[in-house]
Design a protein around this ligand. Structure first.
Ligand SMILES: Nc1ncnc2c1ncn2[C@@H]1O[C@H](COP(=O)(O)OP(=O)(O)OP(=O)(O)O)[C@@H](O)[C@H]1O
Length: 248
């Protein structure tokens, strides 16, 4: 564990709503899902994100990209905090509870919507209906054979799929996933991204693979050293456009 996290967002969401003239008829602009204006975040007094201006609307599919240490996970945490209960988070696969089964790790996606008694009972003797629902979700990521394996015994790619399954099982309208497919080959990665897109209204994904991102999201946001250095629709970009941001 590194230093203590102090996430700070200046001006918060909806800081600059468009000004409307009274009495004037105009097309209704949808409210942004997230609106960060000059947001900052850091750890123990050290800035990890600076001057972040980012507006995301419901229905968008956004990839956050950039070199290691650029601030992607920090931005994911900030977005998660701003959106609260609307978000199903698929954290990096390292966030799984190794000592628990795949079933229990996925079940955790709905922990906060069940009674404490039911959650405790599920630790010992899961209800058949819950087992069936989790198995069905695991089938979406081709992992139903591992239902009762310990999470700690899985490969990196399997762990990523469990993390995604937990977010799918959670079932909230926004899925935010931090590196959901980096340990998978491109075919498997594409299949998982397709499942995420089918099961969510809005997706915000940390991705490393440019061709995969260009195929699966509408918009690419690149971070470098804590700042947004590119924010464009994928259709306007090629892998060559993104390459300079990943070269040493
Ligand atoms: N818990 C923490 N305590 C202290 N510093 C941190 C912590 N987490 C991240 N940082 C620092 O903040 C900066 C941004 O880190 P972050 O994890 O957001 O980057 P990233 O783009 O997600 O990297 P990666 O692709 O390697 O996961 C880095 O300089 C990192 O060292």
């Amino acid at each position: 564990m590194r230093g203590e996290k102090t996430l700070v967002s200046r001006d918060g969401p909806h800081a600059e709503e468009p000004r409307r003239e009274p009495g004037r008829l105009e097309a209704r602009t949808p409210a942004p899902l997230i609106h960060l204006k000059n947001a900052t975040a850091g750890y123990g007094g050290r800035a990890a994100l600076r001057g972040i201006d980012l507006t995301i609307y419901a229905g968008e599919r956004v990839a956050l990209m950039g070199r290691s240490g650029a601030g992607k996970s920090t931005l994911v945490n900030l977005i998660h905090r701003e959106l609260g209960g609307q978000v199903a988070l698929a954290p990096q696969a390292s966030a799984l509870v190794d000592a628990l089964s795949v079933f229990h790790n996925v079940y955790m996606g709905r922990l906060d919507r069940r009674s404490t008694l039911r959650n405790l009972w599920t630790l010992v003797r899961p209800a058949q209906a819950d087992v069936a629902a989790v198995r069905e979700t695991l089938a979406l990521v081709e992992l139903e054979a591992e239902l009762f394996s310990k999470a700690g015994a899985l490969s990196g790619g399997q762990r990523q799929r469990v993390s995604v399954a937990r977010a799918l099982y959670d079932g909230r309208p926004v899925i935010v996933a931090d590196e959901p497919v980096s340990a998978l080959d491109r075919r498997q990665g594409a299949a998982i991204l397709a499942r995420i897109a089918e099961r969510s209204e809005t997706t915000i994904l940390v991705l490393h693979d440019a061709p995969l991102a260009l195929d699966h999201v509408d918009r690419i946001v690149v971070l470098d050293d804590g700042r947004i250095v590119l924010d464009q629709p994928s259709r306007a970009l090629s892998a060559a456009d993104l390459a300079p941001f990943f070269e040493a």
